[in-house]
Design a protein around this ligand. Structure first.
Ligand code: NAD
Length: 520
């Protein structure tokens, strides 16, 4: 059975508030193979964003608890790193089976805590599951290289070894996928791990850690510590932790990158985004508009690969605006577990208020507010953090609503006379996470692919998240570090290369034969 204690919420078809007098469960820490209650006096509420019901209480773990998680990981490392690679892989083979078997329950937990629809929540788990599947084939990524006879009788070869204790810090928007971007590859490569889930929606990470234990991960190999800034600072500074993976906002990520690097760690930090679609005049209207609406408003715009700006080459004319507004209006806002929901609530009242302020700022600076999602009320969920799909036209690069990452269901539409002008807009933005071009022209697509200064490119594909045998390659302001997450680069991040130069005395072989001849 599951031992994380959050099953209460995941097993209901739709969550009902706790009966009065019942206190919300405490989210547990996982230290050295045990799910335990924190001894802290500081707790945060985990809140259902569609209802504001308190779902659970999250501990801000104490320094002593953090230290014991790191010690458990350090103690587990020597045995785990010397465990045979196929044995470590077999844990992942079992793990992918358990994630599949618990997919619905994981998705319900994501929906209730994060707000996204059940279909999106399943996608969240599935995208992470694919990384676990890739971890099952890690062996070729661990292979080193050998050059024979670099000098007389001397061979030179490299081997990849795990780093030791590594750690991960996660955002709220993909509470299952992002933890699974990190620890499965790290531990299969032989490291041990300390994970800090988002304090807003820790449930899926805790359940995933529980399943990992059930799959046979030895105690101490994966530890989960909850908290916010303090835990992050301890992770950055702790001399035992050798590498940090971070996914989240620019402000937190740049800070963590600087502090972690200053303490001598490897850091990879996936940061914020402003992803542009470039729509050529020859693009198919129906499929392009459908793709734009899904990529801009789906998951309430809270995807780091959401399309938040659309640049129309030849202008955002009624040919584009009319069907786009119709597609946006047809999306149904509702609590994520309701069957007809297309768009769920935003994560918090503060996130919603910020998005609303940026919409107002866009309108005040001259953008045309073509569809205003502010003030929507979802019957039955009046307290939810809902913001309806919002479309701004005539947006220009100097506007605050364009410069800031809104991270809500807001699409800024822009005009460009030519593909060159569109490229100038996209390449002039500080972020370089993802982008997409919609066109029927191979020449235009090829030019775009070659000249765009962005790390992930879709060609008639709105959200080009690479499958995990590639890597998640955000560029410029969307990434800090060198080696990207998952894929070959992900394994390289969690391993270090050792190079051996070996010479064996040539006369040994003759001596063995001679010895055998005299004794035989
Ligand atoms: P966030 O930066 O607020 O939080 C991420 C993590 O950092 C959390 O675990 C949080 O506890 C910690 N944190 C936050 N502020 C901190 C501080 N001042 N000091 C130390 N730790 C701190 O991000 P979020 O709101 O949870 O997630 C949304 C952001 O993440 C968006 O900007 C989105 O674009 C980005 N994101 C990027 C990717 C990517 O791959 N590039 C993927 C998902 C999300």
């Amino acid at each position: 059975g599951l031992s994380h204690g959050l099953r209460l919420f995941a097993s209901a078809a739709s969550p009902s508030p706790l009966a009065s007098g019942v206190s919300p469960p405490k989210v547990k820490l996982l230290i050295d193979g045990q799910f335990i209650d924190s001894a802290t006096e500081n707790w945060l509420d985990v809140v259902n964003p569609a209802t504001q019901d308190v779902l659970s209480r999250l501990p801000l773990a104490t320094k002593a608890e953090f230290d014991s998680a790191v010690s458990a990981a350090a103690a587990a490392f020597p045995k785990w790193r010397s465990t045979a690679v196929p044995t470590r892989v077999r844990v992942m083979l079992k793990y992918q089976e358990l994630i599949r078997a618990n997919m619905d329950e994981l998705a319900r937990l994501v929906t209730i805590e994060q707000g996204k629809t059940l279909a999106d929540a399943r996608g969240d788990v599935f995208r992470g599951l694919e990384v676990v599947e890739t971890a099952c084939g890690i062996a070729p990524y661990l292979a080193g290289e050998l050059v024979e006879n670099v000098a007389g009788g001397i061979d030179c070869y490299s081997i990849r070894q795990p780093l030791g204790v590594v750690a991960g810090i996660c955002p709220f928007n993909f509470p299952a996928m992002v933890p699974l971007w990190m620890f499965p590859l790290a531990v299969t490569a032989g490291n041990t791990f300390v994970l800090k889930p988002s304090e807003r929606d820790p449930g899926a990470a805790v359940m995933l850690a529980d399943l990992a234990q059930q799959a046979g991960l030895p105690k101490g190999v994966l530890n989960v510590v909850h908290g916010s800034r303090d835990v992050v600072n301890w992770m950055c500074d702790d001399p035992t932790i050798r590498a940090l993976s971070f996914v989240g906002s620019d402000a937190a990520g740049r800070y963590i990158y600087a502090r972690g690097c200053a303490a001598g760690k490897r850091v990879q930090a996936n940061l914020g985004a402003k992803n542009h679609a470039v729509v050529m005049p020859d693009a198919d209207v129906d499929s392009t508009v459908k793709a734009l609406a899904g990529a801009a408003f789906g998951a309430a715009g809270q995807r780091c690969m959401a399309i938040s700006a659309a640049v129309f080459v030849g202008g955002f004319t009624p040919r584009w605006s009319e069907p786009l507004l119709e597609a946006a209006r047809s999306l149904k806002l509702n609590a994520g577990w309701e069957k007809d929901a297309d768009v769920g609530p935003m994560i918090s009242p503060e996130a919603k208020a910020r998005a609303e302020r940026l919409i107002a700022s866009g309108a005040a600076s001259g953008a045309r507010l073509l569809l205003d999602g502010r003030g929507v009320v979802v019957p039955g969920y009046e307290a939810g953090n809902f913001l309806g799909p919002t479309v701004l036209g005539g947006v220009t690069p100097d506007m605050e609503c364009y410069r800031e990452e809104i991270f809500g269901p807001v699409l800024s539409c822009m005009d460009a006379p030519s593909l060159d002008d569109a490229l100038q807009i996209v390449n002039g933005n500080e972020h370089g996470n993802g982008t997409a071009i919609f066109t029927r022209s191979g020449a235009a697509a090829r030019r775009f692919q070659s000249e765009v200064d962005v790390g992930m490119v879709g060609i008639n594909v709105p959200i080009p998240v690479p499958l995990p045998f590639f890597s998640f390659t955000g560029w410029r302001g969307s990434f800090a570090g060198d080696l990207h997450m998952y894929g070959r680069a992900g394994v390289q991040f969690y391993t270090q290369s050792k190079t051996v130069t070996a010479k064996w005395p040539a006369d040994d072989v003759a001596a063995i034969s001679a010895a055998a001849a005299t004794t035989g």
